[in-house]
Design a protein around this ligand. Structure first.
Ligand code: G4P
Length: 529
């Protein structure tokens, strides 16, 4: 049995944005449409309070809650939607990048006032690496934002993606009157704070129709006619295949907080977003329709109760059917494991599940068997590729303040870095431990958790490095020489692979040009593929 119907009705995606653009608000509206929550504010209250994001204690408190919102599953029309949450804080960007390996498409939220922002750029880079299909939602049209054509140009230029407007706004800010749906050829009139329903939709087959003028006035009607003519001339019809290949991104305009334009986007999403896709492995592409089960771990979350060190591993099902209590092969450890309490993430509660299909995310209780990127199969030995560790940008040496707790510290460091909060390196030819992170906040979290969960007290000393590069060479002799000459900059990652730590971009470029036989890689993926 190929479970085709189950596979086809699934859509697994993430909403990404620069903090404050409206990701949480949009998530909430989607859940309302899906009937997964009944009241506005249900997701919002789970959010790490923005103003407290520099306070890691607050993050600590929110950790358990964010497990519950990590994956939100809901049904809409005939589709089953798995919405994977991504942390908004930039210091947890790596977590977001990895979550993006587990989705089949994304919705990118852009604030119409601020346009493209720093996190938007970084997140889109990751999407482009994998050609992930993107739908853009330009939010906050009820505020005086940038002119829509300027905004489209900015997004196209900065994010290097072709856009395709699906709706078009009539003004913005206090003059915002609504959007014209270019695809369905109807007008959706804006009314603040109401749940947009079908009554607000006016069908206008022909824009020359006087209904348009009657509803929005002479001036705005003329502007819309002009804009739409231009758009039709420039963009033509949306080629869905270009969207699926990650080349073209359909764009919607709306206001999440007013629930305006959200349903239009969701309806299009249901129509065009990809169902679970094939994924690369060490042997061949594995497609969802394969008879046998396979999946990979893309996120590990420590459990809330510090007395029990069990964790939750998030497994994306890639092929076949996952069943409770069945033995599966843990490829890295070469052993068979089974799960008696796997759970699914229905937004209202955690439910023990009996089975799961490609596109689904299953929560597995783990006592330390899993690392990010681990593959489970029904006996095969391939592993999924494309789940990289990114190069950290901040480096600190771990100083043990309590020698009596050395063992606990080592265990803590290994387990916490398995969760992917940070990367652990060991000095070449020595025993110094170095932690690499993408954000400063993670050092605080690690220090706090080492003490709370492992009783180990540490201090961090900053190191003057700016980037870690995994190094390889075809000729072992050349590799040996490089390592010998650069000993002070060489460390080993957790899997024993050599990593060069560069002090600055200048040093890195110099080494790259002076050592043509050495290859410098910015993700650890090279060793897994
Ligand atoms: P994030 O998850 O991307 O960080 O953004 P979030 O949804 O929390 O939205 C950030 C702020 O923007 C919130 O205001 C939210 O209410 C507001 N917002 C979201 N969508 C719209 C929109 O369409 N129009 C306008 N004008 N504002 C919008 P806040 O004051 O920070 O929070 P709150 O006090 O309203 O909860």
């Amino acid at each position: 049995m190929k479970h085709t119907a189950e596979i086809n009705r699934r859509k697994t995606f993430a909403i990404i944005s620069h903090p404050d653009a409206g990701k949480t608000t949009l998530t909430e509206k989607l859940l309302l449409f899906g009937g997964a929550i009944q009241t506005a504010g249900a997701v919002k209250s789970n959010k790490i309070k923005k103003h407290a994001t520099s306070d890691f204690m607050e993050i600590e408190k929110q950790r358990g809650i964010s497990v519950a919102t990590s994956v939100m599953t809901f049904e809409y029309q005939d589709s089953l939607i798995n919405l994977l949450d991504t942390p908004g804080h930039k210091d947890f960007a790596e977590d977001t990048y990895r979550t993006l390996t587990a989705v089949d498409s994304v919705v990118l939220v852009i604030d119409s006032v601020n346009g493209v922002e720093e996190q938007t750029r970084r997140l889109m880079e990751v999407c482009r690496m994998r050609d992930t299909p993107v739908i853009v939602f330009v939010n906050k049209m009820d505020r005086d934002g940038k002119a829509p054509f300027d905004l489209l140009e900015e997004i196209e230029n900065e994010l290097h993606i072709q856009l395709h407007p699906m709706s078009w706004p009539i003004n913005s800010g206090k003059d915002f009157k609504g959007v014209y749906n270019l695809f369905d050829k109807n007008l959706l009139l804006f009314s603040a704070n109401t749940k947009a329903n079908d009554d607000d939709v006016i069908n206008i087959e022909n824009l020359a129709d006087s209904t348009l003028t009657d509803r929005v006035g002479e001036k705005d009607a003329a502007q819309l006619r002009e804009d739409v003519e231009l758009i039709d001339g420039v963009y033509g019809q949306l080629v869905v295949d270009d969207y699926l290949k990650g080349k073209t991104a359909p764009v919607f305009f709306g206001s999440a907080v007013n629930n305006f334009g959200v349903r239009e986007m969701l309806d299009t999403f249901i129509r065009i977003a990809p169902s679970p896709q094939c994924r690369p492995t060490s042997e061949k592409e594995i497609c969802p329709e394969e008879e046998k089960f396979s999946g990979f771990v893309f996120k590990i979350h420590a459990n809330l109760d510090p007395r029990h060190r069990d964790r939750i591993a998030f497994l994306r099902v890639c092929s076949g059917r996952f069943e409770r209590n069945k033995y599966y092969h843990h490829v890295r450890l070469d052993k068979d494991v089974r799960f008696s309490n796997p759970y699914s993430f229905l937004a209202r509660q955690k439910d023990i599940i009996e089975e799961a299909y490609p596109g689904d995310v299953v929560g597995l209780f783990d006592t330390g068997n899993f690392k990010i990127g681990d593959t489970l199969t029904e006996g095969s030995t391939f592993y999924f590729t494309g789940i990289p560790s990114f190069s950290p940008e901040l480096f600190k040496e771990v100083v043990n303040k309590d020698p009596m707790k050395t063992k606990q510290l080592e265990k803590g460091l290994l387990q916490l870095t398995d969760e992917g909060v940070a990367q652990l390196f060991t000095q070449h030819g020595g025993n110094r431990k170095i932690i690499g992170c993408v954000g400063d906040l993670q050092f605080e979290v690690i220090q706090y958790r080492l003490l709370q969960e492992y009783g180990a007290s540490v201090q961090f000393n900053s190191l003057p490095f700016y980037k870690a590069c995994w190094i390889t060479a075809a000729d072992p002799k050349k590799m040996e020489d490089f390592i010998r000459f650069k000993t002070a900059n060489i460390v080993l990652d957790k899997d024993g692979f050599y990593v060069y730590l560069a002090q600055s971009e200048w040093f890195l470029n110099t080494e790259i040009s002076n050592n043509p036989d050495i290859k410098f890689h910015f993700t650890s993926e090279i060793h897994k593929g």
